[in-house]
Design a protein around this ligand. Structure first.
Ligand code: UDP
Length: 314
């Protein structure tokens, strides 16, 4: 297959490039490099099956030749990124998604949209099933991401219904692993960075808010299976292992032997921090025969190792 991956130089996109190449496919990665980084795909530069195109999907996309699949993973995805780039985030989810849908239609390619657990907002249903309509603050600061992705889902299903385009929607829950940006402000890089420096981990608010963290390889497996399925409704892909942020900080401190503990900070960053988040993965189990395999400690060890290597002088 010849596969286009937008956001291909990003954290998740670059892991998808690796997976499709390993399966013998040709990969074209497109990235605007707003939050992506060429370092994530540097190891692929000499691979004859790999091409990188520096393009912004909110502009007209120029892709020569046939395509069998389009995977749309382009978007700022960490809260500090989408607060820094609010207009870009809205445009990439709306205009960018429609541009990639048009391209898939033109090339007669299957299409997969990266959506997010953020579309559930600060959820009142727990764990979150795909049938839950969510509790998004539509005028809050996070809305630039939440609403962009809600629109992206709607326009994807509209193309499916209007043109019979083969489309898929993955709702991605908190994912971590090598190639996350150290400065993307999310809890995994922040805590690992602090732990490796031997300083206290910054817990925002009272630390009782929960998240459920999945290792990136599990996500990639779920996406791969979904692309080859016949299923067009949204599918949650995440790890149901739920922790409070305090518990998560304790795990990081233990794995890194960091004696500095935690320090509480008011969350000045953003209001509307979801208080709970945990996927119901019944649909992924049933449709894709998928479930996460990588235990938290194992995935975190690999991620810690990655951040350790980053800080070593080359
Ligand atoms: N968080 C924290 N300390 C940090 C960074 C984040 O306590 O240094 C908290 C944040 O308030 C949220 C959770 O960790 O409750 C996950 O935040 P993240 O930015 O990783 O992603 P989100 O799930 O909110 O998109």
């Amino acid at each position: 297959m010849r596969v286009l991956i937008t956001g291909g130089a990003g954290f998740v996109g670059s892991h998808l490039c690796d997976r499709f190449l390993a399966e013998g496919h040709q990969v074209i990665a497109v990235d605007s490099l707003l939050t992506g980084n060429l370092r994530n795909i540097a190891h692929l530069t000499n691979n004859p099956n790999f091409t990188f195109l520096h393009q912004d999907i909110t502009q007209t996309l120029q892709i020569a030749g046939d395509l069998d699949a389009v995977l749309n993973f382009a978007s700022p995805a960490s809260p500090i990124d989408y607060l820094k780039y609010p207009i870009e985030t809205l445009r990439v989810g709306s205009v960018g998604t429609e541009n990639t849908l048009k391209l898939a239609l033109e090339k007669n390619a299957r299409y997969l949209l990266a959506s997010t657990s953020e579309i559930y907002g600060d959820p009142l249903e727990h764990p979150q099933r795909e049938t839950y309509a969510g509790n998004v603050d539509i005028v809050g600061p996070r809305a630039v991401y939440d609403e962009a992705k809600r629109y992206a889902e709607a326009v994807t299903l509209a193309y499916h219904r209007a043109y019979q385009l083969k489309t898929h929607i993955v709702r991605i829950f908190n994912t971590y692993g090598p190639r996350m940006r150290l400065d993307d402000g999310r809890v995994v890089p922040n805590f690992i960075d602090q732990a490796l420096k031997g300083i206290a981990l910054t817990v925002y608010g009272n630390g009782q808010q929960t998240r459920s963290f999945q290792y990136v390889d599990d996500l990639v497996e779920g996406v791969y299976r979904l692309l080859f399925s016949d299923y067009s409704e949204p599918v949650n892909i995440g790890n149901p292992h739920e922790l409070t942020i305090i518990q998560f900080a304790e795990v990081i401190n233990e794995l890194t032997d960091n004696p500095a503990g935690i320090v509480y900070k008011p969350d000045l960053r953003i209001k509307g921090d979801p208080q709970t988040r945990r996927p119901d993965i019944g649909r992924a189990r049933e449709i894709l025969n998928w479930e996460p395999k990588v235990p938290l400690a194992e995935g975190l060890q690999k991620t810690i190792q990655y951040f350790q290597q980053l800080s070593e002088p080359t």
